[in-house]
Design a protein around this ligand. Structure first.
Ligand code: NAD
Ligand code: UGA
Length: 463
């Protein structure tokens, strides 16, 4: 039986996942550790609305469990040593150097965790891969743990996370399934699997807890993200065809989605998918396929990314061509910077790439997002390295008020589907803009009829 859990990595996955485990398992002490002191301090902030991850309902979960059986700490060694079960939930970004640059997952943080666990552990541990990892990573982890440890026994499980940001708490409370990969062929392996199943069984129906071998579990996570992203790229590819044929992509999506074999989810055309994982995980899948010489498999999945890049680019190019082929010196207001609504996460957000193209055309981009902080917007654009940070600061402005962001603009671009955008006073926004006043709705969010009746020139995706 598991009494103490440690989770290494207090990010978008480690934080919410462990908060829910602690909430649902009051008998288990859960300690989430991170080397980022600022992040841990924010998780411990007395004002629970200041926790570093914005997710609807998460503050209440943290408030319920924190200090009872949920702890956030920078004392990594201590938490590792105390725990029976250790989740590794650190970041696994795309490599930015060396072999596999731009494609492979960078496993340096994972390896560091494994070496730290091996160094510190003085009793047997179950080590759980929570991060998304290339298939067969568990064998590398096992090598490190078994060969550098203090002679203690390690069982490795794969337990990928399927939560989506913006709905993390809901997804964790009632997951479609929990996937646990382990080695049932040995007694210890089976016991480790059972120990983790028992943790989830505190609140997840047993039939929703799926157990497989480790490799299927690791590969299922990459596959799930690849297939979800593929659906978005599929519908986005057709959005372009709709625009030239008078078909409407929402009608097409509805018509095909009612076929129970297809299903209606993940068929919403957009300015392109973002988020920290879809692109990273598909690139990783492509890299793995290539490394086994499976070039057709690699090419097949790479198209999902190529289509997504095209979708982001054509949205930006359409703004430029519609604004009479020049946006130089023109104010263009962005509503939304996060990669989707109900999150403050901006990683790989389409907004960043659209802004970059417009800034290269010398546009003045103004940004309003209800949850994203100013420094984040600048750091996202600076990270691309297209131009100097000074130039970015000069041409990009972040506003706390949407009406101010839109005042004096030639055009508005909707990049995130925040609900509040729908209920703005659009007449007031129109009155403050230069004419003709354009709206480019990258999320098919706004009421076209209403906007047109006010006088806006309105364009959207897939119609
Ligand atoms: P994140 O960057 O928000 O958090 C990772 C944290 O790990 C950071 O705070 C970092 O400081 C910490 N860390 C790194 N190395 C460490 C070390 N050696 N010791 C202690 N702390 C360390 O990342 P995330 O979004 O939480 O993603 C984590 C993993 O989960 C990734 O593999 C990702 O692919 C996967 N995943 C993410 C999501 C999501 O919605 N974000 C969903 C499912 C799976
Ligand atoms: C995604 C998966 O949905 C999760 O199951 C997975 O755990 C997670 O990745 C991960 O591994 O990180 P997330 O990226 O948080 O979750 O959010 P999604 O809801 O999947 O949206 C991803 C992107 O696709 C967003 O930019 C969203 O706007 C876009 N999208 C989604 C569309 O454009 N159309 C759709 O129909 C659905």
């Amino acid at each position: 039986m598991v009494n103490k859990i440690c989770c290494i990595g207090a990010g978008y996955v480690g934080g919410p996942t462990m908060a829910v485990i602690a909430q649902k398992c009051p008998d288990i002490k859960v300690t989430v550790v991170d080397i980022n002191e600022q992040r841990i301090a924010a998780w411990n902030d007395e004002d629970v609305t200041k926790i570093p991850v914005y997710e609807p309902g998460l503050d209440a979960v943290v408030a319920e469990a924190r200090g009872r059986n949920l702890f956030f700490s920078t004392e990594v060694d201590k938490a590792i040593d105390e725990a029976d079960m250790i989740f590794i939930s650190v970041n696994t970004p795309t490599k930015t150097y060396g072999v596999g640059k731009g494609m492979a997952a960078d496993l340096k943080y994972i390896e560091l965790c494994a070496r730290q666990i091996a160094r510190v552990a003085t009793s047997d541990k179950i080590v759980v891969e929570k991060s998304t990892l290339p298939v067969r990573t568990a064998s590398a982890l096992k090598d490190i743990l078994d060969n550098t440890g203090n002679g203690v026994k390690f069982d490795i499980l794969s337990n990928p996370e399927f939560l989506a940001e913006g709905t993390a708490v809901e997804d964790l409370h009632s997951p479609d399934r929990v996937l646990i990969g382990g080695d049932e062929s040995t007694e210890e392996g089976a016991a480790a699997l059972k120990a983790l199943v028992d943790v989830y069984a505190h609140w997840v129906p047993r039939e929703c807890i799926l157990t497989t071998n480790v490799w299927s579990s690791e590969l299922s996570k990459l596959t799930a993200n690849a297939v979800l992203a593929q659906r978005v790229s599929s519908i986005n590819s057709l959005s372009e065809l709709c625009e030239v044929t008078e078909a409407d992509v929402n009608e097409v999506a509805r018509a095909i989605g009612m076929d129970s074999r297809i299903g209606s989810k993940f068929l919403k055309a957009s300015v392109g998918f973002g988020g920290s994982c879809f692109q990273k995980d598909i690139l990783n899948l492509v890299y793995i396929a290539k490394s086994y010489g499976l070039n057709e498999v690699a090419d097949y999945w790479e198209q999902v990314i190529i289509m997504n890049d095209h979708q982001k680019g054509r949205f930006a190019r359409n703004i430029i061509s519609t604004l009479y082929n020049t946006v130089s010196g023109k104010k263009i207001a962005f509503l939304g910077w996060a990669f989707k609504k109900d999150t403050n996460d901006t990683r790989e957000s389409a907004a960043i790439y659209v802004a970059d193209i417009l800034l290269s055309e010398q546009a003045k981009v103004s940004v309003y997002d209800p949850k994203v902080e100013e420094y984040q917007v600048y750091s996202d654009v600076d990270y691309l390295g297209t131009r100097s940070s000074e130039e970015n600061t000069e041409n990009l402005t972040v506003f706390n008020d949407p009406y101010e962001a839109c005042k004096g603009a030639h055009a508005i671009a909707v990049l995130t589907e925040w609900d509040e955008f729908k209920s703005y006073d659009w007449q007031k926004i129109y009155d403050g803009m230069l004419k003709p006043a354009f709206v480019f709705d990258g999320r098919r969010l706004l009421d076209e009829k209403q906007l047109k009746s006010i006088g806006f020139q309105y364009q959207t995706i897939g119609r």
